[in-house]
Design a protein around this ligand. Structure first.
Ligand SMILES: Cc1cc2nc3c(=O)[nH]c(=O)nc-3n(C[C@H](O)[C@H](O)[C@H](O)COP(=O)(O)OP(=O)(O)OC[C@H]3O[C@@H](n4cnc5c(N)ncnc54)[C@H](O)[C@@H]3O)c2cc1C
Length: 498
C-alpha cells in the first residue's frame, strides 16, 4: 500500500475536495452524465477500493470502520461517487472476499488495486425486481464453463464495470429453473454483455444505468461458493450491504447539515438571519438528529459487522438501518431545499441535486415499504415463538430495543394483532426501525459522543415514533375507490348556466 489508512483518508479528502468543491467547473459537471475518465483515474489512483480488500491480497484489510470512513469521505463531496464506491465494495469486493476462490481473488484484486478496475452486481430484471428470487436468467454447465443467459437492468456501472457479479438460476435438460440463486464473476474482457439501452436516470448522473442482454461463459473457478445455499449467500450479501448504508449516509448528512447552517446564518429575511426563526431551528435540529443517528449506526456496524461475520440472519438490524437512514437522507435533502428556497431548486445546486440523488436509496436494495413490513414480520415471529403478545413486554427484553423501549412504555403497551393489514405492518416497522436506531444512539451516548446532540436526536426520534404510532393505532384505513371517474369532476357541481 502507498499509504497507511489515516494518511490515505487525508489525501483522499483533499483530492475529492479539490475535484468537487474547489473547482469552478465542478458545479457544471454535475449536469453531465458519467465522470470524466481523467478525474476517475485520479481518484482511483489513490486506491479507495483497497478499503474493502483483505491485506493478504494487498488491501487495507477489509476493516469495516475503515470502509465506512472511506464511504463517508466520498459522500461529503459527492453522493454518486460514494454509491460508486459502495457498489464496488459491498456488491462486489466483499462477496468475492467471503465466497470467492483464491485464484479469482488474486487475479481480480490485483487488477482493482493496480489497474483501477471496478465491479458491479446484476440481480434485477425487467420483470423481477422486488421478487428477485424469481429471476429468469439461467445457467447451464458446458464442460468446465457455465453458460449464462438472460436480461438484466438497472445495474450500477452499466457499460462501465470491468467485472460483473452475475446472478442466475440453474436450468435443467427440460428447461426447468432451479430454486436456488448462484453468483458468477464475469470479466468484461470476455464479452457477452450487450447494453441495449442506456437510461436517463433522474439523478446520480455520474453512474450509468441501462438494460443488458447477457450471454456469457464463466470458468468454474469464477463461481462463488456458498457455505450453505445460494439464497443464504445472497441474504448475507444484501444484509451486509444494507448495514453499510450509513457510511454513504454519514458524509451526505454532515454535508446537508453544514450547508443548511451556513446558508441560514448568512441569509437575511425579514430583517434577521434565517437561523433565528423557530421553524428553521426545528429543521436544522432534525438534520442534526439524522447526523447523530447515522453516527450511531456507523458505530454499530463497525463494531458488530466484521467482514467475516455471516450477516444472513441480521435481517432486523440490516432492514432497520437501511430503511431508516435512507428515509433520513431524503428528508434531509428536502429540508435543505426548503431552507435554501428557489436557489436550491437548481439541478446544479447541492440541495436540488441531493433530492434527486438520494431518492433512489429508498428504492434499491429492498424497497423501504417492503423492508418496514419485514421488520414487523420478524418481530411478530419472535414474539410468537416466545408466546408473548404484549409488544412492550417483548421490546423491553429484546437486545435491539432494550434501552430505547423505556421511552415508549405507554405507546407500545398493547397486544399485537398478528392478522393486521399490510399498511399497519409497514407503519409498525417504521416505528420499530426508529426505536432500534434510538438504541444505537443511546449506545453511542455511553461511549462519550456529544451529549447535546444525543439528547436532541432522542427527542426527534420520540416525536417521529409517537406520531407514527398514532397513525398505527388510530389510522382510518382509507380504501381505494375503483370507480373513481364517476361523479368526480369538480366542475360538474358548479351549477354554471351555459
Ligand atoms: C438508482 C438505482 C440503482 C440500482 N442499482 C442496482 C444494481 O446495482 N444492481 C441491481 O441488480 N439492481 C439495481 N437497481 C434495481 C433495484 O434494486 C430495483 O429497482 C428494486 O429492487 C425494485 O424493483 P423494481 O424496480 O422492479 O420495482 P417493483 O418490484 O416493481 O416494486 C415497485 C414498488 O412496488 C411496491 N411493492 C413491490 N412489492 C411490494 C409488496 N410485496 N408489498 C407492497 N408493496 C410492494 C414498492 O413500493 C416498490 O417500491 C437499482 C435501481 C435504481 C433506481
Amino acid at each position: 500500500m502507498k499509504f497507511d489508512f489515516q494518511t490515505f483518508i487525508k489525501e483522499y479528502k483533499e483530492k475529492l475536495s479539490g475535484f468537487f468543491s474547489e473547482r469552478k467547473e465542478a458545479q457544471e459537471e454535475t449536469l453531465t452524465r458519467g465522470i470524466e475518465d481523467s478525474v476517475l483515474q485520479d481518484i482511483l489512483d489513490l486506491n479507495p477500493l483497497s478499503a474493502f480488500i483483505p491485506s493478504e491480497y494487498g488491501g487495507y484489510g477489509g476493516v469495516t470502520a475503515e470502509a465506512l470512513s472511506m464511504l463517508e469521505t466520498s459522500s461529503y463531496e459527492s453522493l454518486p461517487l460514494s454509491l460508486m464506491m459502495g457498489i464496488n465494495g459491498a456488491l462486489f469486493l466483499q462477496p468475492l472476499a467471503n465466497y470467492g476462490c483464491d485464484e479469482a481473488k488474486a487475479e481480480v484484486y490485483d487488477r482493482i488495486i493496480n489497474a483501477n478496475k471496478m465491479g458491479g452486481l446484476m440481480i434485477t430484471e425487467p420483470d423481477y425486481g422486488s421478487d428477485a428470487l424469481k429471476m429468469q436468467t439461467s445457467y447451464t454447465k458446458k464442460g468446465d464453463k457455465y453458460h449464462i443467459q438472460g436480461l438484466k437492468h438497472w445495474a450500477g456501472l452499466t457499460g462501465m464495470a470491468d467485472y460483473w457479479l452475475m446472478t442466475a438460476r440453474s436450468k435443467n435438460d427440460k428447461g426447468k429453473l432451479g430454486r436456488d440463486i448462484s453468483f458468477f464473476i464475469h470479466d468484461s474482457r470476455n464479452g457477452g454483455i450487450k447494453v441495449v439501452e442506456y437510461f436517463n436516470n433522474l439523478g446520480l448522473y455520474m453512474l450509468p444505468y441501462g438494460r443488458n442482454e447477457v450471454d456469457i461463459k464463466v470458468p468454474e473457478t469464477h463461481r462463488l461458493q456458498p457455505k450453505s445455499t445460494g439464497v443464504t449467500m445472497m441474504l448475507d450479501l444484501l444484509h451486509r450491504s444494507r448495514l453499510q448504508f450509513p457510511g454513504m449516509g454519514m458524509g451526505f448528512l454532515r454535508r446537508m447539515m453544514d450547508e443548511a447552517i451556513d446558508h441560514c446564518k448568512s441569509r437575511f429575511v425579514g430583517g434577521q438571519s434565517l437561523f433565528n426563526y423557530d421553524q428553521v431551528k426545528k429543521r436544522i435540529s432534525e438534520l442534526q438528529a439524522y447526523f447523530t443517528v447515522c453516527s450511531a449506526m456507523c458505530n454499530f456496524t463497525s463494531t458488530n459487522v466484521p467482514l467475516d461475520r455471516n450477516t444472513s440472519r441480521m435481517d432486523v438490524e440490516a432492514n432497520a438501518i437501511k430503511s431508516v437512514i435512507t428515509d433520513f437522507m431524503q428528508s434531509a435533502s428536502q429540508s435543505l431545499l426548503q431552507l435554501t428556497g428557489a436557489k436550491g431548486y437548481r439541478l446544479d445546486h447541492i440541495a436540488g441535486r441531493s433530492v434527486v440523488d438520494s431518492r433512489p436509496f429508498q428504492i434499491f436494495e429492498g424497497s423501504n415499504d417492503i423492508l418496514y413490513q419485514q421488520i414487523s414480520e420478524s418481530i411478530l415471529k419472535m414474539m410468537r415463538r416466545m408466546k408473548n403478545h404484549n409488544l412492550y413486554e417483548f421490546l423491553k427484553d429484546y437486545k435491539l430495543t432494550n434501552k430505547s423501549s423505556e421511552y415508549f412504555k405507554d405507546a407500545f403497551n398493547f397486544e399485537l394483532d398478528p392478522q393486521m393489514p399490510q399498511r399497519k405492518l409497514v407503519e409498525l416497522g417504521k416505528a420499530l426501525g426508529r426505536m432500534i436506531s434510538m438504541e444505537f444512539t443511546l449506545d453511542l451516548n455511553e461511549q462519550g459522543f456529544n451529549k447535546e446532540l444525543v439528547q436532541n436526536a432522542v427527542k426527534t426520534l420520540q416525536d417521529e415514533i409517537n406520531s407514527i404510532m398514532h397513525v398505527y393505532k388510530y389510522g382510518k384505513q382509507a380504501s381505494v375507490v375503483e370507480n373513481y371517474q364517476q361523479d368526480s369532476h369538480w366542475f360538474q357541481f358548479m351549477g354554471v348556466n351555459a
